[in-house]
Unconditional design. Structure first.
Length: 422
């Protein structure tokens, strides 16, 4: 035997395995403590990881064990999933490239369609270049760990996405979190770090996925310029949703396209495909392609997905009615919720957090909606602050006004049934 190996007899090995399993079980129980999974399963209100059998016409889906349901829980804000032009592009890419790639982008995983997608993103976001990652999570982790490190400071909104927080922690930079959309607090953080010799980076979401509100970009960008900090914005939810042509938060506020230093986004929500990106200067994107760990050490987006994303951007540019329909539906649904006395935090976007307070009321509401054919899910504490458990409803461009009225009626009936239980 090698000097570096230890021989273990069968009985000892069994004891080691038993101890390891016991430790793992205790670890999982510790992680589970405080999570509402078991409570929801026991009460029959658990509705996650459900299998969609088929995407039907409009905004309807067929769900295993539930039948046909009106989709109000997805991210396809422009309703482009199954768009014929996008499907056709994906099929053509499979015929040309197959179903996968030969490796990571830096080696054998780049095709012409990947380069075309990066060019399309840069054009759409009005930047010099873009770097494509296999997920939005990896795009955030790679960009943040490249932009800041030990000796730097990163300043985040308290409601920033988990991938941003993970990237900040992995970077080794000092992380400061300011109160959500509180510009006075952000400025105080910038002032308190004014003498810092390292880089300072401010990161916010464009649209916050749980509250549905929008970052105050005019004020944030003004503070970053005033105090000499870089600005990065996660536009995973705002692209396609905000702006007259769906180009995102800069267009929404009428700001120039160079307002944001580093633009992160995805092609997996309004654009119905897979992947994330960083759009910025040509130099930054080039460096990310050669140093970003999520770019170098992760498999590439399949060519068919890249082709679908290219086609998705073209559809947004060439068929403006999708964005227009979404904006109409956002306004209509908000007004109907307001009329019926639902608390949706006055969200100005396609994301409607319909707040019911405690977990039990919220999960009961979600069960009532699902039993009546509305696909909407409960977001309980601790995912959101205690006392703010909510249904997270999302409208899309394919919803008809009749669909929206059906959703309101379902919410009304479910609320009445819940309140009758006392």
């Amino acid at each position: 035997m090698s000097d570096y190996c230890i021989e273990i007899d069968g009985d000892t090995l069994t004891q080691v395995e038993t101890a390891r399993k016991s430790i793992m079980e205790r670890y999982c129980e510790t992680l589970k403590a405080g999570l509402p999974m078991d409570e929801m399963r026991n009460s029959g209100t658990y509705f996650y990881l459900e299998s969609i059998e088929e995407y039907l016409g409009g905004a309807w889906v067929k769900v295993t064990g539930h039948g046909e349901m009106l989709m109000f829980g997805g991210y396809s804000y422009l309703g482009l999933n199954r768009h014929p032009k996008i499907n056709e592009a994906a099929v053509e890419a499979i015929a040309r490239y197959g179903t996968g790639a030969h490796g990571a982008r830096l080696l054998a995983g780049t095709t012409e369609i990947h380069r075309e997608l990066e060019s399309s993103i840069a054009r759409f976001k009005k930047t010099e270049s873009a770097a494509l990652f296999s997920s939005g999570f990896l795009a955030n982790l790679s960009a943040i760990t490249f932009l800041v490190g030990r000796g730097d400071i990163v300043i985040c909104d308290k409601l920033d996405h988990a991938s941003i927080l993970d990237g900040c922690m992995m970077s080794g930079a000092r992380m400061i979190r300011f109160r959500h959309n509180d510009m006075d607090h952000l400025e105080s953080c910038l002032r308190e770090t004014a003498g810092h010799k390292g880089r300072r980076l401010v990161i916010v979401d464009g649209v916050y996925s749980m509250d549905g509100d929008i970052a105050d970009l005019p004020a944030i960008s003004g503070l970053c310029k005033k105090h000499g900090a870089l600005l990065m914005v996660d536009e995973a939810h705002s692209v396609g949703m905000l702006g007259a042509t769906g180009r995102g938060i800069e267009e929404h506020f009428g700001l120039p396209p160079d307002t944001i230093d580093v633009k992160m986004g995805t092609v997996s929500k309004s654009i119905p495909s897979l992947g994330g990106y960083i759009a910025s200067s040509a130099r930054l994107c080039d460096l990310l392609r050669h140093t970003g760990r999520g770019f170098i050490y992760s498999a590439t987006v399949p060519p068919a997905s890249a082709a679908a994303a290219v086609a998705g951007i073209k559809v947004i540019e060439e068929e403006p009615w999708h964005v227009q329909n979404l904006h109409r539906n956002m306004a209509y649904f908000a007004n109907r919720l307001r009329q019926e006395g639902f608390n949706f935090l006055e969200s100005p976007t396609a994301i409607f957090p319909i707040v019911f307070g405690d977990n039990l009321r919220t999960s009961t509401m979600s069960k009532g909606c699902q039993s009546r054919g509305l696909y909407v899910q409960a977001i309980p504490h601790p995912v959101v602050p205690e006392g703010t458990a909510r249904l997270r409803a999302a409208v899309n461009a394919n919803h008809t006004l009749e669909d929206l009225d059906f959703a309101i009626k379902t919410l009304q009936d479910s609320r009445a049934a819940m309140e009758s239980l006392g």
